[in-house]
Design a protein around this ligand. Structure first.
Ligand code: GLA
Length: 351
């Protein structure tokens, strides 16, 4: 049954570990944070979408059927409507309001949060309140790649959709097995994010280039994804590509090691794994920048047990694991695993 109005919330994410593994059918261990994007949707009875981005004070309007391409934040809305329609979901004309408290372009998955909140709101307005979360994550990734131009994987969307308070989510991108892993830090341990101050867009960064390099390795080795690559096989490929693949293979191992360390309550080991992940992202995958390095240094200098860049790279936030008694550096913010994407109470929207 379609509704008069609905609201949906989708959180951003921090990836504890497992970076640039999602599009390589690898492993990752993200968690949803408390900040996110909220979409209010009200049915209009007309075959159009009217949308307002509250933080920007901007609007857009387009036909519900077969939307055309658009630029900037509008591309996400056009893309979500188009991909839902193409996947056969019935949609109704709506007036949408996009708001939220998640910083944009800062490596905390503001784009995925926007896509997921838009889709949940549009689906619920048309009467679909039970969603196939894996299918929806894949649909949102198509919005990124077909409508925004960033050829991302599904890490961010799955992290947002599967968020659970106190839990990280271990995701296997080969089988799409999703498993909660307890991340309740106690005895004064905290996870903190610190902004490098550098902004990035995956579509405009070397993100797509890295993805293409991984495909090149697969082509050379005659495999479908780096999940099937062996360490020995990497010896025969050009040096730059070997470094990219080495990062991915070693990062998968670090994800499992981190799960084991968490289960054993060995947080100093988790810290070392975070720093090892960062070193690999910096030296092998080459997605760090001087501003990111300075931010990692600030966290380590403050006494963090480990620190790493999160997300696609080339700027954004750095994650640090702080032990008891270590002071959060200025500007740092504690992050806790929070509830995933969900519908909020139905309520009337302001006109
Ligand atoms: C971005 C992408 C994700 C993932 C990460 C790197 O956040 O959106 O799909 O590839 O980078 O781990």
């Amino acid at each position: 049954m379609s509704r008069e109005s609905v609201s949906a919330f989708a959180p951003g994410r921090v990836n504890l570990i497992g970076e640039h593994t999602d599009y390589n059918q690898g492993l990752a261990l993200p968690f949803a944070i408390s900040e996110g994007v909220t979409v209010h949707a009200k049915a209009t009875g007309e075959e159009r979408i009217l949308v307002r981005a509250l933080d920007r004070g901007e609007r857009d309007e387009f036909a519900l059927v077969e939307p055309t391409g658009a630029m900037g934040w509008r591309a996400y809305v056009h893309g979500a409507v188009a991909e839902l329609g193409q996947a056969g979901h019935p949609l109704v004309g709506a007036r949408l309001e996009i708001g939220g408290d998640l910083q944009q372009g800062a490596g905390l998955s503001s784009s995925a949060a926007l896509e997921v909140a838009l889709c949940l709101a549009l689906l619920a307005l048309a009467g679909e309140t039970e969603v196939d979360r894996i299918g929806l994550a894949k649909l949102c990734a198509r919005v990124e790649s077909e409508w925004v131009g960033a050829h991302t994987g599904t890490l961010d969307q799955l992290a947002s959709l599967y968020g659970t308070p106190g839990m990280a989510t271990r995701i296997d991108f080969q089988t799409f097995d999703v498993e909660p892993v307890s991340l309740r830090l106690e005895d004064g341990w905290r996870l903190v994010t610190l902004d490098s101050g550098e902004r990035h867009e995956n579509a405009g960064s070397a993100y797509n280039e890295r993805r293409a390099e991984c495909s090149e390795v697969c082509k050379l080795l005659g495999i479908d994804s780096l999940r099937q690559a062996s360490w020995d096989a990497l010896e025969g490929i050009p040096e730059r590509l070997r470094r990219r693949a080495r990062h991915v293979l070693s990062e998968n191992v670090r994800v499992n090691d981190t799960v084991a360390a968490l289960q054993a309550g060995d947080l100093p080991a988790v810290g070392r794994l975070l720093s090892a992940s960062h070193a690999s992202l910096r030296d092998q995958y080459e997605v760090s920048t001087p501003a990111v390095e300075r931010t990692v240094e600030r966290l380590l200098g403050a006494g963090a047990a480990g620190a790493r860049i999160v997300g696609g790279g080339f700027g954004g936030h750095v994650l640090g694991l702080l032990g008891p008694g270590v002071r959060v550096p200025e500007g740092g913010r504690e992050v806790r695993p929070s509830q995933g994407a969900h519908l909020l109470e139905t309520r009337a929207m302001e006109r």
